[in-house]
Every structure is written in C-alpha cells, then in structure tokens.
Ligand binder design. Structure first.
Ligand code: SF4
Ligand code: SF4
Length: 77
C-alpha cells in the first residue's frame, strides 16, 4: 500500500532522537534493542500515523536520515 508518509533510513540514522521529540502525532519510535550499519540505535516511523508535517526532517541533523516519501523497505524493523 502506498502511504503519504515519511521514512527514516535505518542505516543513515545516528540515533540522536531529535525527531521523536518534535513529532506532533508521536509516530516515531526507537527500534528497541537493534543497531544499524553504523552501530547506533535508530528510530522508525509508523507510516499509518505520520501526517507528513516535515517536523522530523527539519529537526534531524543527519543529512539523508529522513526521506519525505514512504519507503518501508529502508526501515529495518
Ligand atoms: S532520524 Fe535523525 S533525529 Fe531521528 S533519531 Fe535518527 S538521526 Fe536522530
Ligand atoms: S513527518 Fe511529521 S508526523 Fe511524520 S514522522 Fe515526521 S514529525 Fe511525525
């Protein structure tokens, strides 16, 4: 199913968490107990809940960690 939602690229995320703090619908969560290719924690977006507000993308300091399109295959959860 195609969703109008954002995506966190698991292997680009560095686990900083600024995105979680700003999401107005609380649809970003930590991938509990998992690490990515960089060896850090990472977060993921619930595409069913995301309202594509861009808040997370504006807050994230890591270029390329958040995409303004839904690509669930890039979220390793
Ligand atoms: S997507 Fe960006 S702000 Fe969110 S946890 Fe990953 S690096 Fe941090
Ligand atoms: S685009 Fe908005 S609603 Fe979607 S995950 Fe980012 S902050 Fe949350």
């Amino acid at each position: 199913m195609d969703l109008y939602a954002y995506t966190i690229v698991s292997d680009v995320c560095e686990g900083i968490g600024d995105c979680i703090a700003v999401c107005p619908v609380e649809c970003i969560s930590w991938a509990e107990g998992k690490t990515n290719a960089k060896g850090t924690a990472f977060a993921f977006i619930d595409g069913e809940t995301c309202i594509s507000c861009r808040g997370c993308l504006n807050a994230c300091p890591i270029e390329g960690a958040i995409l303004d399109e839904w690509h669930p295959e890039l979220q390793l959860v």
